[in-house]
Write a protein that binds this ligand. Structure first.
Ligand code: IPD
Ligand code: CA
Ligand code: CA
Ligand code: CA
Length: 266
């Protein structure tokens, strides 16, 4: 039996310590490398923060498993037991170029069920978190359940990369969506964008390829406020698989899915 309060206390302690390390890094010279392409950046700080969490988790919870973006955790191919899914810096490009608009994202799953989710806005010192079955909180104040928004009043987070030719969705469908909604936003951190949907700052967020560490924490948070997170066909996400992600207020989810994303919706 896991003691969720104990885990919560440690996570908060570690998030604060990680925050201090990240802030301190701004006055050092950061080492930047590229990964899959010239715009896919990783820094020594991403790696150091991931290592920091792994060491602490392993020390306090030696039987828990850890999946981290920078690959310093384990190779995970099943969801049995306790699994921490860690993105040490979500929004590395923002971290490098802007020193803001990036998050630490930690989802904690038990046998494949999301139990705790933490998205920490390091710069604003703002914590979005959720406890499965108990609710979601912004700086420890309960986040109200999401109410619906009409498409014409909606602000939608959308990664502009996907408005150009791609293999997953006809850009004409997204162009129509862009025209019909009130406004489009792109913040460059999936965790931030999901947290924004959870708190009603965005009404929906659509992106075409996320990894487990980008959405693991957000999924726990959004589901606690009655939001819906699926792939762009409306199918449930698999927690260990990369996927397009569509997260939204409940009835807006159905509207966007049927009117803009589904086959034959043009
Ligand atoms: C990225 C950000 C970005 C999303 C990318 C992610 P990273 O995460 O969340 O908003 O569009 O797909 O890979 O690499 O900065 O942790
Ligand atoms: Ca990355
Ligand atoms: Ca990420
Ligand atoms: Ca990252």
């Amino acid at each position: 039996m896991n003691n969720w309060d104990e885990i919560d206390t440690y996570v908060r302690e570690w998030l604060e310590e990680a925050r201090e390390k990240i802030l301190a890094s701004f006055s050092t010279s950061i080492e930047i490398e590229t990964k899959s392409d010239r715009n896919d950046l990783v820094t020594n700080i991403d790696k150091e923060i991931e290592q920091f969490f792994i060491q602490h988790i392993k020390n306090k919870f030696p039987d828990h498993h850890i999946l981290g973006e920078e690959g310093l955790g384990e190779k995970i191919d099943c969801t049995n037991g306790m699994l921490w899914i860690v993105d040490p810096i979500d929004g590395t490009v923002n971290f490098v170029h802007q020193q803001r608009n990036f998050m630490i994202s930690i989802g904690i799953y038990e046998n494949g069920v999301g139990k705790l989710g933490y998205i920490y806005d390091v710069i604003h010192k703002e914590l979005y978190h959720a406890v499965h079955g108990e609710g979601a909180y912004f700086n420890d104040v309960p986040i109200p359940k999401l109410t619906d928004a009409a498409i014409e009043n909606a602000i939608v987070g959308l990664n502009p990369t996907w408005v150009v030719e791609n293999r997953k969705i006809d850009p004409k469908k997204l162009s129509k969506l862009v025209k019909d909604v009130r406004a489009i936003r792109c913040y460059g951190s999936a965790a931030l964008e999901i947290a924004y949907v959870a708190t009603g700052r965005l009404d929906a967020y659509i992106t075409m390829r996320l990894s487990p560490w980008d959405f693991a924490a957000g999924k726990v948070i959004i589901e606690e406020v009655g939001g819906i997170m699926t792939d762009i066909k409306g199918e449930p996400l698999k927690i260990l698989e990369n996927s397009p992600v569509f997260v939204s207020k409940p009835s807006l989810h159905e509207t966007i899915l049927n009117k803009y994303l589904k086959e034959g919706s043009l």
